[in-house]
Design a protein around this ligand. Structure first.
Ligand SMILES: Nc1nc2c(ncn2[C@@H]2O[C@H](COP(=O)(O)OP(=O)(O)OP(=O)(O)O)[C@@H](O)[C@H]2O)c(=O)[nH]1
Ligand SMILES: [Mg+2]
Length: 460
C-alpha cells in the first residue's frame, strides 16, 4: 500500500471519463501533470485546470485536457488514503494519455478491485461490505439493488456482531461454570437456558443461510419453465412475455428443439423464462434430446407454466403433478380466442386445489398482465425493506453453513451434558466462522482476498 495506484473508473465511450488515483503520493504525482500545485490542497475541494505534458527538449507544454480535480485526504476518502479523481473528457486518446502520464510520474496501474481492497485493509469497510460494493455495481433491478445497499450500509455486519455478542455471552457462561465448578453452593445459568440461547442463535444463522437461495434467484433471475404438449403455444407465449421475437413459432408440432431462455423484469424482479421442447412420444432422435432438456429445465425451475390448448386429460394431469412436485405450478389455458377451445378444459372429476389457472391468448396478448401478476405472486419474493439481510455471496453462505454445523455440535454437546470446555471449543469455531464473513479480527489469506476482489472491475 506504499504504492500510488491509478485506473480509469468509467466505461469508455461516454462524454466524460473519471480517472482515480490513490496512495501516499496521489497529490504530488498529480501536481506534476497539472497546471496547479495541489500538494497542499484542502480536503474535499475541486480544482479547475489543465492536464499537461511537458516536452523538456522543446521547453514547452502540450495541453492534454481541460479537467476538474477532486481532492480527498486520508483518512476521509473511499480508500482511506490520499486520493484524487480527475474528470476528463471521455476520449479514449485523452484517457490513455493521462494514465500514461501518471504512470511515467510514479503511479502503478491498479488491479481489479484494488481501491476497495485498500478500503477494506484500511478499515473503511469490512469484507461483507466490500462484496456489497461489487453487487451494487452489478445490480440490475430494484431487488438486487436493495439487497446490496442494505449490506453496504452494514446491516449484515451489525447482525453478525449481535450474534457474536450472544455467542460470547454463551462462552463466558460456560467458562464461569468451569471456573467455579468446585463451589457447589454457587448457582450457574442452567443448561436449559444455555440451550435456549444456542438454539435461538442457530435459528438466526439458519435463516440467514436460507436467504442465499433467494439472493441467488434475485441475482440470476427466477427460473420459470414453459412446458406442455407440442403446438400449445409455448414459444408464442415466451415471445409475448419477452415482447420480442425470440423463439420460432409455427403450426408444425415439435418446432422447438433446444431450450431458449431470456430474462424479463416483473415488478422490479428479474425472471428467467425458459421455453422448452413440447412433450410427446417421438422417434426423432433430436427431438428426444430436446425433451430430455425439457425435464432438466423443469428440474431447475422454481415456477412451471404448464400450457394447454385443449382438454386437460387425466393422463397429462398425472404427469404434470409428478413432474412439478415441489415447484410453483401455474396452468395456462391458451388460445381462448378460438371459440371451440375456450370451452371447459378439465375432466369433471378433477379439482386442482390451489393451482392457479389463467386463461390467455398468447397470440393476441389477452390476460398477459394477469399472468405476469400470478407469476410474480408464485415467486413468493418477500417484500424487501432496506433493513432486510439477504446473503448474496457463496463465500458468506459457506461460512454460515459451517457456523450452523458447528452450532449443531454445540447443541448436542449441551444436551448430552458434555463438559463446558469442550462445548466452548465448538463455540469458538462458530465465532471464527462468523468472523470470516466480515474478515474482522481474522487473518484473511491473500487467496481469499484475491477471490473476492478479482470479481471487481478495474477502477473500483
Ligand atoms: N389462435 C391462436 N393461435 C395460437 C395462440 N398461441 C399460439 N398459437 C398458434 O399455435 C401454433 C403453435 O405455436 P407455438 O408457439 O410454436 O407452439 P409451441 O408450444 O412452442 O410448439 P412446439 O415448439 O412445437 O412444442 C402457432 O401456429 C401459433 O401461431 C393463441 O393464443 N391463439
Ligand atoms: Mg415452441
Amino acid at each position: 500500500m506504499n504504492e500510488t495506484i491509478c485506473a480509469l473508473a468509467t466505461a469508455t465511450g461516454g462524454a466524460l471519463g473519471i480517472i482515480r488515483i490513490s496512495g501516499p503520493k496521489a497529490l504530488e504525482i498529480l501536481s506534476h501533470v497539472f497546471t496547479k500545485d495541489i500538494t497542499d490542497a484542502a480536503p474535499n475541494t475541486i480544482h479547475y485546470g489543465h492536464i499537461v505534458e511537458y516536452d523538456t527538449g522543446a521547453q514547452h507544454q502540450n495541453v492534454i485536457d481541460e479537467v476538474l480535480i477532486s481532492v480527498f485526504r486520508a483518512p476521509h476518502s473511499y480508500t482511506g488514503e490520499d486520493s484524487v479523481e480527475i474528470s476528463c473528457h471521455g476520449s479514449r486518446y485523452i484517457l490513455n494519455k493521462v494514465l500514461e502520464l501518471l504512470i511515467n510520474n510514479g503511479c502503478r496501474m491498479a488491479q481489479p478491485g484494488e481501491f476497495t481492497q485498500r478500503a477494506f485493509l484500511n478499515g473503511k469497510m469490512d469484507l461483507s461490505q466490500a462484496e456489497a460494493v461489487a453487487d451494487l455495481i452489478a445490480s440490475g433491478n430494484k431487488a438486487t439493488h436493495q439487497i446490496a445497499m442494505s449490506q453496504l450500509r452494514g446491516n449484515f455486519s451489525s447482525e453478525l456482531s449481535r450474534l457474536r455478542e450472544q455467542l460470547l455471552t454463551l462462552t463466558s457462561l460456560l467458562e464461569l461454570e468451569l471456573d467455579f465448578s468446585d463451589h457447589e453452593d454457587l448457582e450457574f445459568a442452567n443448561r436449559s437456558e444455555l440451550l435456549a440461547l444456542a438454539n435461538s442463535i442457530n435459528r438466526r444463522v439458519t435463516t440467514l443461510a436460507h436467504s442465499f437461495e433467494t439472493g441467488q434467484a434475485l441475482k440470476n433471475g427466477i427460473p420459470v419453465a414453459l412446458v406442455g404438449r407440442t403446438n400449445v403455444g409455448k414459444s408464442t407465449l415466451l415471445n409475448r412475455l419477452l415482447r420480442d421475437d425470440r423463439a420460432i413459432v409455427s403450426s408444425v408440432h415439435g418446432t422447438t428443439r433446444d431450450t431458449i431462455e431470456d430474462t424479463m423484469e416483473i415488478n422490479g424482479v428479474t425472471f428467467r423464462f425458459i421455453d422448452t421442447a413440447g412433450i410427446r412420444q417421438t422417434t426423432d432422435e433430436v427431438e428426444k434430446i430436446g425433451i430430455r432438456r425439457t425435464y432438466a429445465a423443469i428440474d431447475k425451475a422454481r415456477i412451471v407454466l404448464w400450457i394447454i390448448d385443449a382438454e386437460l386429460m387425466q393422463e397429462e394431469v398425472q404427469e404434470m403433478l409428478e413432474l412439478t412436485e415441489g415447484k410453483s405450478l401455474i396452468i395456462i389455458k391458451n388460445k381462448i380466442d378460438i371459440p371451440t377451445t375456450s370451452k371447459s378444459y378439465f375432466p369433471k372429476d378433477l379439482t386442482l386445489k390451489g393451482i392457479p389457472v389463467i386463461e390467455i391468448s398468447a397470440k393476441h396478448g389477452t390476460n398477459i398482465e394477469k399472468l405476469e401478476q400470478t407469476i410474480f405472486e408464485s415467486a413468493n419474493i418477500p417484500e424487501l425493506s432496506e433493513q432486510d439481510i439477504i446473503v448474496s455471496s457463496a463465500r458468506q453462505y459457506q461460512s454460515l453453513v459451517s457456523a450452523h454445523n458447528n452450532l449443531l455440535r454445540v447443541l448436542s454437546g449441551l444436551e448430552s451434558g458434555l463438559s463446558g470446555d469442550l462445548v466452548s471449543e465448538d463455540l469458538r469455531l462458530v465465532l471464527d466462522d462468523l468472523a470470516d464473513i466480515t474478515g474482522q479480527g481474522r487473518i484473511i489469506t491473500s487467496e481469499v482476498l484475491e477471490n473476492i476482489f478479482t470479481r471487481f472491475c478495474v477502477g473500483k
